[in-house]
Design a protein around this ligand. Structure first.
Ligand code: ADP
Length: 192
C-alpha cells in the first residue's frame, strides 16, 4: 500500500488480529509480524513476571526493533493487543478490530483460558480498552476501527483497505455497552 510502511493491527485477544494481519500482508505484498512472538523470540523484555504469567517488555527495545523492521521492508503488518508500547512516529496507521463480546467470549473459552482471564478480556472489549489506548497514543488521525462481527477475514481486509483509502468513519463508532444486555455485564462482573 503506497505510503504505508508500518501498519499495526490491534484489538483484544481473540478478535482475529493474526488471521487478518496474515491476509492483509499477503494482499499488500508485505510481511506479518506478531509482536508477542517477536518479543519472546528476540528477548525484547526486561523480565518474566510469574505473578501475571507474562513478560514485562522493554518499550525502548521493542520500538527500536519495530522501527528497524518497518524501515527494511515495504509493508510491515504488526499484530498486537498492546499497541500503546509502539512509537507513534514509526507507526503509519493503526487498525483496531472490534468483535461483539458475545462472540468473543465463546472464542476465548475455546482457548482453554480460565473464567477470570476470559472475563477480563471480554470486559476489556466491552469497554473499548484497546481502542482508547490507541487513540491516546496515536491520535484519531491514524486510527481506523473495523467491526469484524459476522464477517469473513477476506471481508474484513476489504473493508479496512477501503476505509484506509477513503479515510472513513472516525474511530469510536463501536459501542458494545449499548448493544449487550446488562445481564451479560453482570455475569462478567461476578467472575472478576
Ligand atoms: P487474535 O490474533 O486477535 O488473538 P486470531 O487471529 O488468533 O485472533 O483468531 C482467533 C480465532 O478466531 C481463531 O480460531 C481464528 O481462526 C478465528 N477467526 C479469526 N477471524 C475470524 C473471522 N473473521 N471469522 C471467524 N473466525 C475467525
Amino acid at each position: 500500500m503506497p505510503g504505508f510502511k508500518c501498519l499495526v493491527v490491534a484489538g483484544t485477544p481473540g478478535v482475529g488480529k493474526s488471521t487478518v494481519s496474515r491476509l492483509l500482508a499477503e494482499r499488500i505484498g508485505g510481511t506479518h509480524v506478531d509482536l508477542s512472538e517477536l518479543v519472546v523470540r528476540e528477548g525484547l523484555y526486561d523480565y518474566y513476571d510469574p505473578e501475571t504469567n507474562s513478560y514485562v517488555i522493554s518499550e525502548e527495545r521493542v520500538s527500536a526493533r519495530v522501527r528497524e523492521l518497518c524501515e527494511s521492508s515495504s509493508g510491515t503488518v504488526i499484530s498486537t493487543h498492546y499497541p500503546e508500547v509502539l512509537d507513534s512516529k514509526v507507526v503509519d496507521l493503526v487498525v483496531v478490530l472490534r468483535l461483539d463480546p458475545r462472540v468473543l467470549i465463546t472464542r476465548l473459552r475455546k482457548r482453554g483460558w480460565n473464567d477470570k482471564k476470559v472475563a477480563e478480556n471480554v470486559m476489556a472489549e466491552v469497554l473499548s480498552v484497546v481502542l482508547t489506548n490507541v487513540v491516546a497514543r496515536f491520535g484519531t488521525g491514524k486510527v481506523v476501527e473495523v467491526d469484524v462481527t459476522g464477517k469473513t477475514p477476506e471481508e474484513v481486509v476489504d473493508e479496512l483497505l477501503r476505509k484506509v483509502r477513503e479515510g472513513a468513519a472516525p474511530a469510536g463508532y463501536v459501542d458494545w455497552l449499548s448493544v449487550v444486555d446488562p445481564s451479560f455485564i453482570e455475569e462478567l462482573e461476578r467472575v472478576l
